[in-house]
Structure formats: C-alpha cells, structure tokens
Design a protein around this ligand. Structure first.
Ligand code: IMP
Ligand code: MG
Length: 175
C-alpha cells in the first residue's frame, strides 16, 4: 500500500511475539485473568494474544476518550465501561501502543479504586521517548521510535486498522 512508507513488523513477526507474550503471561499467573482490551486499537492484538494464554480468560473492554483541550491532565472520559466487577480479580489491560502514557495512567488510577487483586499492562508497542507519565508496563511487544504507525488495530482517522502488519504511515497522508 502506497500510504505505508515502511513495514516495521510483519504478520509473522507479530504472531511470534504473541506466542512469546502468551507464554510469559501463562507462566506468571495462576487461575483466571480478566483481560481488558482498550477499544478499538487493541482488538486484533487481544484476539491473537488470548489464544496463547493457557489460563482461563474472561474478556472485557473499555473505551475512553481524552477530553478536548485537557490533553495535559490525561483525564479521560469513559465511553464504555467494564461489564464485570474486578474486585479481588487479576486484571490484565491490553493496549496497542503506549505513547505519552497519559491515558493509561489515568485509567489505572480508576481501576485501582475498584479493588482489583492485581492490575498489569500488556502493550504491543511502546514509544518510551515520548512518555510524560510513568506507567509500569509488565509486558511489551516492541519498543519503537517516534514514528506514527498504523495497522494491526492502529489507525489514522479510523483508517488502516485492518492491515495485518504494522507500518510507518507516509507523511504525505497527513501533511
Ligand atoms: P497516550 O499514551 O495517552 O499518549 O495514548 C496512547 C493512544 O494513542 C494509543 O492507545 C493509540 O490509540 C494512540 N496512538 C499513539 N501513538 C500512535 C501511533 O503511532 N499510531 C496510532 N495510534 C497511536
Ligand atoms: Mg489505544
């Protein structure tokens, strides 16, 4: 596709990484895990990851949006909340990519108040150089430089989420 400047992670590399992460998660947990996907970007990753987790898994989703004009606070509006109570349960949040960390740090504060037994994060990508709020991320697929990436759930104006690989978006698309 001409909108993609360079492919960073192929379908095969992504698959291998999900197997590796699933193994780690399976050996770290005893019993059931409530796996929470952050809509919509985490959907392809979550679908592949949970197939590699050997523990019983309960799937749930959250959808959040940052308040316009308050991007510095990282305060988020919950558009869709969890279906299940998480009190006393092991929660694993699944994200496509962590950028500034603002969204996730705010979300974690909210979820902590609900009394989960544990809350951990699994993200496919992380842009550590852009972090503004520190978040403890236990499971990371890959670290990437400050490119704008799309595919495998990640979008630009809602496009490209369906690409089976992850690529750098060509600047001509947004300039
Ligand atoms: P932050 O960590 O609060 O800055 O926001 C992270 C969210 O921004 C991710 O879950 C993505 O939805 C979106 N995002 C950040 N960087 C990218 C990118 O390079 N491509 C597509 N979406 C991105
Ligand atoms: Mg996201």
């Amino acid at each position: 596709m001409t909108d993609i400047k360079e492919i960073l992670f192929s379908e095969e590399e992504i698959r291998e990484k999900c197997i590796e992460l699933g193994k780690k998660i399976s050996s770290d947990y005893d019993g059931e895990i409530v796996v929470v996907g952050i809509l919509k970007g985490a959907v392809p990753f979550m679908a592949e990851l949970i197939k590699r987790i050997e523990n019983p898994v309960v799937m749930d989703f959250m959808d959040v949006s940052s308040y316009a004009g308050s991007t510095t606070s990282g305060e988020v509006r919950i558009l869709k909340d969890l279906e299940f109570r998480i009190e006393g349960r092991d929660v694993l949040i699944v994200e496509d990519i962590i950028d500034t960390g603002l969204t996730l740090s705010y979300l974690i504060e909210i979820l902590k108040k609900r009394g989960a037994k544990s809350i951990e994060i699994c993200t496919f990508l992380t842009k550590t150089a852009r972090r503004r709020k520190n978040v403890d991320v236990k499971y990371v697929g890959y670290e990437v430089e400050d490119y704008f990436v799309v595919g495998y759930g990640m979008d630009y104006n809602e496009k490209y989420r369906n690409l089976p690989y992850i690529g750098i978006l060509d600047e001509s698309v947004y300039k």
